[in-house]
Design a protein around this ligand. Structure first.
Ligand SMILES: NC(=O)C1=CN([C@@H]2O[C@H](COP(=O)(O)OP(=O)(O)OC[C@H]3O[C@@H](n4cnc5c(N)ncnc54)[C@H](O)[C@@H]3O)[C@@H](O)[C@H]2O)[C@@H](O)CC1
Ligand SMILES: [K+]
Length: 216
């Protein structure tokens, strides 16, 4: 089953608003399903790159679990922190309280350090964009995505390889080329079976009731 980003949003919305499932509960499920595919014995130096939305919040949720493991962890937040995103802010506060190494990437010099810095990590978690990407990435996001792709690090994408347009499956501009992508609940456009063997579909407890209601 392939579900585009408009339908994903409608299903999320129905589950959260009508069935009253707290979105942070879905995020915790999402984080644990990505962690299932991270071997922290093999990869003990991990950098998580978070965008400004719920995909980024998933990345922060993953960080919250990794803090309890023997992992050299750094979190990068790219773009302005949106204080209105309550789930993002919940995780952001927890990670600050736990004194996690969090760096924000806003200016050109932040980007210069980034390329050097990520070469020290073994695994990059791509939580920059998910199904909310609305236009080809530009500026800081484009630089960061290109640097991650050129970093020769192992890359795992959260839900969507950042930069892929999951409304129509197009790959215009820079797109993360991950070793694996753990996508939530169903494949999205641009993730067809035949050309993406590195996609792993993991349910995150979105109820069948919500999926049936929206997809019929
Ligand atoms: N809603 C929910 O309850 C859940 C959402 N989930 C996560 O939420 C993701 C979708 O989150 P969002 O809808 O917040 O969007 P994203 O986190 O994919 O994108 C972040 C924000 O970036 C901005 N943006 C879009 N295109 C851009 C561009 N080209 N350059 C710069 N900024 C751009 C938009 O304002 C967008 O809201 C899913 O992919 C999944 O990872 C999961 O946690 C499952 C539960
Ligand atoms: K992503």
């Amino acid at each position: 089953m392939i579900v585009n980003s408009d339908k994903c949003r409608e299903i999320d919305h129905y589950a959260i608003k009508v069935l009253e499932i707290p979105s942070i509960l879905l995020m915790e499920n999402a984080a644990l399903k990505v962690l299932k595919h991270i071997d922290t014995v093999r990869f003990s130096k991990i950098a998580i790159c978070c965008g400004p939305g719920n995909n980024g919040a998933d990345g922060l949720a993953i960080a919250r679990h990794l803090v309890n493991l023997e992992v050299d962890l750094r979190v990068y937040i790219i773009g302005d922190i949106n204080e209105d995103n309550k789930d993002f802010m919940t995780y952001y506060k927890i990670l600050n309280n736990l004194k996690v190494d969090i760096r924000t990437i806003e200016t050109i010099e932040d980007i210069e350090n980034f390329e050097d810095d990520i070469s020290k990590y073994e695994l990059i978690v791509d939580a920059i964009f998910g199904t909310g990407l609305e236009r080809p990435v530009k500026g800081v996001f484009e630089y960061i995505i290109d640097m991650i792709n050129h970093s020769k690090r192992k890359i795992i994408s959260v839900d969507v390889p950042s930069g892929l347009n999951t409304q129509n499956g197009t790959r215009i501009g820079s797109v993360i080329d991950p070793d694996i992508c753990v996508t939530f609940q169903y494949r999205k456009p641009g993730m067809k079976e035949e050309n993406f063997s590195n996609i792993i579909v993991e349910p995150i407890s979105l109820p069948r009731e919500a999926i049936k209601k929206i997809l019929g």
